[in-house]
Design a protein around this ligand. Structure first.
Ligand code: UDP
Length: 236
C-alpha cells in the first residue's frame, strides 16, 4: 500500500490517502503538545511506540469483539486504517480521579471511582474542546442519538477489556480518551490508544507512565513510553 497525498496533519499524526479510497495511512510523529497546543515539544520515538501500542491494543480489542478503523501496522510509524468520518465528540472514560476531573470536583488525584464516569468533549480547538453532555450533542446536531449511544456503550466495553488487559501487565488504567468515526453507517473506534491518550499508572508504585510526564515536566518521558510498550507488546 503506497502513500499518496497528505489529507490532514494533526498534532501527533499525519493522515495520507492511499490508492484505495476506503483506506488511509496514519503516520505517527514524535511531536508532543499539551494544553491545546500551548506546550510543544518532542518525545523521542514516541511515534514508533504509539503506533506499536495502538496497533496491539486495537488488535486485542478486535479479538474481544470491538471493531476499529485499524487494519494493519505497515512500518514503524505507519498504520493502515479504514477511512472514517470522525465524530466531533471525544469520549473520555475514567476509573480514578485525575486531571481535569480532580480540578473540576476539587479532589486530590488518585481516588478510585465507585463506577466509571463517561464524559463527552466537543472536538473544537478554537473552543478548547469544551465538555458537553448528550443533550448538547443532539440539540446541536453534533452526532445522532444512535451514534452517541453506540460510542458510550463501546467506551464502557473498551474500558472493561482494556482495564483488565493492562492490570495483568501491572498497569492501572486511570482514564483515557476515545475517538469514533463513521464507516459506511457504522461507528468504529478510531484514532489511537496509547500513552498520549490514556493515563497509565504503575499498579504497585503508582508511577505515571503516560503523557502527564511531559505535561507536568516530570522527566523520564521516553523511559515511561518505552516501559508501556514493553508491558503491552512484550519484547521491543
Ligand atoms: N485526553 C486526550 N486528549 C485530549 C484531552 C484528554 O487524549 O485532548 C486524555 C488524557 O490523556 C486523559 C483523559 O483524556 O487520559 C482525560 O483527560 P482530562 O480531561 O483529565 O484532561 P487533561 O488533564 O489531559 O487536560
Amino acid at each position: 500500500m503506497e502513500r499518496r497525498e497528505k489529507l490532514y496533519e494533526g498534532k501527533a499524526k499525519i493522515i495520507y490517502a492511499t490508492d484505495d479510497p476506503d483506506k488511509n495511512i496514519l503516520y505517527f510523529k514524535d511531536d508532543a503538545t499539551a494544553f491545546n497546543g500551548a506546550k510543544k515539544g518532542t518525545i523521542m520515538d514516541k511515534g514508533v511506540i504509539n503506533n506499536k501500542v495502538s496497533a496491539k491494543l486495537f488488535q486485542m480489542l478486535a479479538e474481544n469483539g470491538v471493531e476499529s478503523h485499524f487494519i494493519e501496522r505497515l512500518s514503524d510509524r505507519e498504520m493502515l486504517a479504514r477511512k472514517v468520518d470522525i465524530m466531533l465528540v471525544e469520549v473520555v472514560a475514567r476509573n480514578y480521579i485525575a486531571g481535569s476531573l480532580a480540578k473540576r470536583m476539587g479532589k486530590d488525584e488518585g481516588g478510585k471511582l465507585d463506577k466509571p464516569i463517561i464524559e463527552y468533549y466537543y472536538k473544537d480547538d478554537a473552543l478548547n474542546d469544551p465538555m458537553i453532555n448528550r443533550d448538547h450533542v443532539l440539540v446541536f446536531g453534533i452526532a445522532t442519538a444512535e451514534q452517541i449511544d453506540t460510542a458510550r456503550a463501546t467506551a464502557i466495553k473498551v474500558n472493561q477489556i482494556l482495564s483488565e488487559y493492562l492490570f495483568e501487565r501491572d498497569i492501572l488504567l486511570v482514564d483515557f480518551k476515545l475517538e469514533f468515526g463513521n464507516y459506511n453507517g457504522k461507528m468504529l473506534l478510531a484514532d489511537e490508544i496509547c500513552p498520549d491518550t490514556c493515563r497509565l499508572w504503575d499498579r504497585h508504585t503508582l508511577e505515571k507512565l503516560d503523557k502527564d510526564r511531559f505535561r507536568r515536566e516530570l522527566g523520564n518521558v521516553e523511559d515511561a513510553y518505552l516501559e508501556v510498550c514493553r508491558r503491552v507488546c512484550g519484547e521491543l
